[in-house]
Design a protein around this ligand. Structure first.
Ligand SMILES: Nc1ncnc2c1ncn2[C@@H]1O[C@H](COP(=O)(O)OP(=O)(O)OP(=O)(O)O)[C@@H](O)[C@H]1O
Length: 344
């Protein structure tokens, strides 16, 4: 069996779930169409959500880092999760993927409740994530990192331990899949290098490739562009779009608004732990709630030309009045000050 197929067999798709993604190679257009006509309000229901989140709360002492009432992530789409620093995006990712325990809330993946499940179990059923700071193990080679990604996420089965041939077959499959992914991400030439020798961007690629080892349905990327040099930016963007083309759903946290505008079908905005807005990228970027959340202030509407003129004239008059009160350059006071300064 082809390694890709093997991985797919482990996914919930093989367990009977049938995603409604089209197969005509234009999933971007289909994703956009899926959002057409939706209200751009926080918590709006999606036509075919893969992830549904309800009332998730995470507190750190007196600080409520996450307090998300309801959010749905549309299957087969690329959804961006944006918000100012400290909005709670990473903490929210940590709750959903089992890397931290929420104080309250429940969420379902493909209709199955997964709150309370351990991170590796969530990964095994098809929901994986990458980290803001890459977790590649620097003293292991690129290939070993890939293989470890699969092993950790697939886990040890009783049957596998009992039947050595089954074990070897799976080892071969894992290596084959790792090699294929490394080729796809143009890291094959680096397979024997220590992960620690890779550039920031290559590490991001390795992390993304490693996440794909389990054949996931939902890929969650935490700031995929952070620390990536411009030469690799396009390549990374291409890989993210490619995930959607292959039928996966992508949810990513990002500060780079060019990337958000370029690749996302839908944008969810968080501020102070809550979802404050949702909508298509074009609409969201001009939403005053979003602008306010980012700039942390309320803004006046732009000044009219007359008002601008009036305020300028007022400021100039004020400056002139101040200058008239101040001593001139030839005054004795100024000379004394100048001599004082020269002696220091
Ligand atoms: N382990 C922790 N202990 C205490 N406070 C924490 C912890 N993790 C996060 N926080 C706090 O929770 C809030 C949300 O942080 P979080 O990192 O989730 O925000 P973010 O939106 O991902 O920010 P950024 O865009 O800067 O990564 C912040 O005020 C942060 O200081």
């Amino acid at each position: 069996m082809h390694a890709d197929e093997a991985a797919a067999d482990r996914s919930p798709k093989a367990a009977g779930h049938t995603p409604q993604a089209p197969t005509d190679g234009n999933r971007g257009a289909h994703a956009t169409a899926a959002f057409a006509g939706l209200a751009t309000e926080p918590g709006v229901a999606k036509p075919d959500p893969i992830l549904v989140v309800d009332n998730v709360v995470r507190r750190f002492g007196g600080l409520t880092a996450v307090d998300v009432e309801h959010v749905e992530i549309q299957r087969g789409s690329i959804t961006a999760l944006i918000g100012p620093n400290g909005a709670g995006k990473t903490t929210f990712f940590n709750q959903l993927t089992g890397f931290d325990s929420a104080d309250a809330g429940q969420w379902t993946f493909n209709g199955r409740r997964i709150n309370g499940l351990a991170a590796h179990k969530i990964a095994r059923i098809g929901m994986v994530r990458t980290f803001q700071l890459t977790k590649a193990l620097s003293k292991l080679t690129v290939l070993e990192n890939m293989r470890l990604g699969a092993q950790k996420q697939i886990g040890e089965s009783f049957l596998r331990a009992l039947i050595p041939s089954l074990w070897r077959d799976q080892e071969d499959e894992i290596t084959q899949r790792a090699e294929e992914l490394l080729t796809r991400f143009k890291l094959d030439a680096k397979r024997g290098d220590f992960a620690g020798s890779l550039s920031g961007g290559q590490r991001k690629l390795l992390e993304m490739a490693r996440a794909l080892m389990v054949g996931p349905e939902l890929v969650m990327l935490d700031e995929p562009m952070a620390g990536v040099n411009p030469a690799l930016t396009q390549s990374l963007l291409g890989h993210v779009k490619d995930l959607r083309e292959q039928g996966m759903t992508v949810l990513f946290v990002e500060h780079d608004m060019d990337m958000v505008r370029d690749i996302s079908d839908w944008v969810v905005v968080m501020a102070q732990g809550q979802v404050i807005a949702e909508g298509p990228p074009g609409t969201i970027m001009s939403d005053t709630r979003v602008v306010d959340a980012y700039l942390g202030a309320h803004h006046d509407t732009p000044l009219s030309a007359e008002e601008e003129e009036r305020q300028l004239a007022e400021a100039e008059a004020e400056l002139e009045a101040k200058a008239a009160q101040e001593p001139g350059p030839d005054s004795p006071e100024t000379d004394a000050t100048a001599q004082e300064g020269a002696g220091r």
